[in-house]
Design a protein around this ligand. Structure first.
Ligand SMILES: *Cc1c(COP(=O)(O)O)cnc(C)c1O
Length: 395
């Protein structure tokens, strides 16, 4: 092994540890769910993106097993060579129908969908206009365009006046693409897509929404664009199949032309192997379930209201959330870490989010109720948050 590299790695890691930024991996010792086992300890799980409890759903598991028996464990090639199986195509048609759009294309993950799509539809004459709180995978996708910073502009979070100003200043560029998260993952607030679509039309710009936390959650599961009724007007909808949908993958929903272009040029589609057939089949089963059983999404929202009402009644500050993402604001970093630790000791898993993920002084513990929690789970967790929070002087 190369000692220069090994020394560099050791020094980097020591530096992270010295700054308390090193995060050891915790081991999940049970399937994903409302109650899980972590480090030998049963806890109520408020940290997963498994919004609808589908990750360990018997119907999805059965679909995955059946597809594995019929089609095998792997796809064996990239989509553009001989890795496109019938089940992959069926999934894309099913997703288009579910999203009420012309066409979809599935990527290995939401992250890959961003990295694959943004640089494929943007050229050196274009400009990208982003909300300042956009997700890391959008930012990486934008970096891959190689555009100089003068063509990668940022507007203040959800600020439509600022966005209008940026649109006016960028009229000389070729295509302009406004990119925003649908639901912002750290605060749980929703992008004003109705206003964004209106401004975009006025200024001849295209709109892309990364709806990772809106998919399966808003619009009866069809996402933030559907929630606002603007799904026909959003040029590029990105969704994830890894969060509420419970499996793995990302997709782009939009026009048939967009899909067609991405099948020809999106690098992860061309150079990384297709999903195992079990993945595609399990996702189709999840979409069928979401469509035939609206109580799944309803239960998520009932639990969300119950959880947030309980916390607010105790006096906690939940920031600006409009969705199941429920930050318990602590302000300072040490209190967030103490709250996480105290909750774990009380049998509740909820993780602190601190700088650099959120600004300094805006630390929080992020909690996310999901459809698989029972009222008893939530009552127990509320009791724990209240006890630990009171002890820490938060309420
Ligand atoms: C989680 C997330 C992604 C990545 O999705 P994966 O399918 O987990 O790769 C992309 N964008 C946003 C906004 C996310 O929250």
């Amino acid at each position: 092994m190369n000692t220069t590299l090994q020394h560099w790695l050791a020094a980097q890691l020591a530096d992270l540890k010295a700054q308390s930024l090193y995060k050891p991996l915790v081991e999940l010792q049970s399937p994903q769910g409302g109650r899980i086992v972590v480090d030998g300890r049963p806890v109520i799980n408020l940290s997963s993106n498994n919004y609808l409890g589908l990750a360990n759903h018997p119907t999805l598991k059965e679909a995955a097993i059946r597809a594995t028996r019929e089609w095998g464990a792997g796809a064996g090639a990239v989509r553009t060579i001989i890795g496109t199986m019938e089940v992959h195509q069926r999934l894309e048609r099913r997703l288009a129908e579910f999203k009420h759009v012309e066409a979809t294309i599935v990527f290995q993950s939401g992250f890959t969908a961003n990295a694959g799509t943004i640089p494929t539809i943007i050229t050196k004459d274009d400009a990208i206009i982003s909300d300042e709180l956009n997700h890391a995978s959008i930012i990486d996708g934008c970096r891959l365009t190689g555009l100089p910073s003068g063509q990668r502009l940022v507007y203040r979070h959800r600020d439509m006046e600022d966005l209008a100003g940026v649109l006016k200043r960028t009229e000389s560029f070729g295509k302009r693409l406004i990119i925003t998260d649908g639901v912002f993952s750290m605060d749980g607030d929703i992008a004003p897509l109705d206003e964004i679509v209106r401004l975009a039309a006025e200024h001849d710009a295209a709109v892309m929404v990364d709806d990772a936390h809106g998919s399966g959650v808003l619009g009866g599961g069809r996402g933030t664009a559907y929630h606002y009724g603007v799904h026909q007007q959003i040029d590029v909808q990105l969704g994830t199949l890894s969060k509420a949908v419970g499996v793995m993958g990302g997709y782009i929903a939009g026009s048939a032309l967009l899909r067609d272009w991405l099948t020809q040029r999106a690098r992860p589609f061309l150079f990384s192997t297709a999903h195992p057939p079990a993945v595609a089949a399990a996702i189709i089963a999840a979409l069928d379930l979401m469509e035939t059983d609206p109580s799944l999404v309803e239960r998520l929202w009932t639990n969300t209201r119950y959880w947030q009402d309980g916390l607010r009644r105790s006096g906690f500050d939940l920031g600006v959330t409009q969705t199941p993402i429920t930050p318990i604001m602590t302000g300072d970093e040490a209190t967030a870490l103490d709250l996480q630790r105290g909750l774990f000791e009380a049998g509740v898993l909820a993780l602190a989010v601190v700088f650099p993920t959120v600004p300094r002084g805006k630390a929080r513990v992020r909690t996310m109720p999901n459809a698989s929690h029972t009222q008893t789970d939530l009552d127990e967790a509320l009791q724990a948050v209240e006890t630990v929070g009171r002890h820490l002087g938060l309420i």
